[in-house]
Design a protein around this ligand. Structure first.
Ligand code: SF4
Length: 243
């Protein structure tokens, strides 16, 4: 699966059959639970049911492509014919030689099942399954970020933490530019004119790449990285390393 992936891959590469691990805390966070709060037995039973359904339904896939950076300033990255206006990116990521754009999805089946559960008025289970889907696609994006980091370090390159249009001041409208950098078609993800993706449980990401790219600029990436036995680990994992 990861054999085909190269950090500087100039063509779209698809990762399939990713060994996803969904963290219960992450699912409950989407339900509004604060870290450390113990859910009731009823909620935990719903969670178990939703997790079992989610595991059956999800089809995690990632498409990824890298493009060289041809220009960079405080709030701008020029790459692949696009001008990405990202606030403070020069300070946050430092000098880059390339970027990597990716799209992650867990597929349509989860949202179809959520819709069907709503139709059957199974509201708590529908909402919990929706949270499982959200946690799963977050986990998938983290996995892709971690895998790229690990592959890059072997080549003397650094990969930053991921960012996405619509977050931290980066305009949602630049989702279109991201799709031009990395097409969603190889994993059947589409973008409509309002910049909503289908399947809904999809995430785009951009990472910076370069020998002097800044990592750990606001949290230590290694602390939440699940790459087991990484020879380059800069900090111990904050929780059990699952991969
Ligand atoms: S442990 Fe740290 S260096 Fe290794 S892949 Fe994870 S984030 Fe990168």
């Amino acid at each position: 699966m990861s054999d085909a992936l190269r950090v500087l891959s100039p063509n779209p590469v698809v990762l399939e059959a990713v060994p996803l691990r969904i963290e219960p805390d992450e699912v409950l966070r989407f339900q509004g639970y604060k870290k450390g709060v113990v859910a009731s037995d009823e909620v935990l039973a719903l969670f178990d049911d939703a997790m079992a359904r989610g595991q059956q339904l999800m089809a995690p896939r990632v498409v990824y492509r890298s493009t060289p950076v041809v220009g960079q300033s405080a709030d701008l990255i020029e790459t692949g014919g696009e001008r990405l206006r990202i606030p403070e990116i020069g300070r946050l990521w430092g000098p880059l030689t390339a970027v990597g754009a990716g799209i992650c999805t867990v597929g349509l089946a989860i949202e179809e099942s959520v819709r069907s559960l709503f139709d059957q008025r199974e509201f708590p289970l529908a909402v919990m399954l929706d949270s499982v889907g959200s946690a799963a696609v977050e986990s998938l994006a983290e996995y892709a970020n971690d895998l790229l980091c690990q592959l890059a370090l072997g080549d003397g390159l650094r990969v930053t933490n991921r960012i996405s249009p619509g977050y931290a001041g980066w305009a949602t409208a630049e989702q279109e530019a991201l799709f031009r950098l990395c097409p969603g078609a190889p994993i059947d993800v589409t973008l409509n004119t309002a910049c909503f993706m289908s399947p809904v449980k999809s995430i785009t990401f951009l990472v910076g790449i370069g020998p002097e790219a800044r990592v750990d600029h606001y949290f230590s990436q290694c602390r939440r990285c699940w790459m087991r036995d990484c020879a380059y680990r800069r900090a111990p994992a904050a929780s059990t390393v699952h991969r």
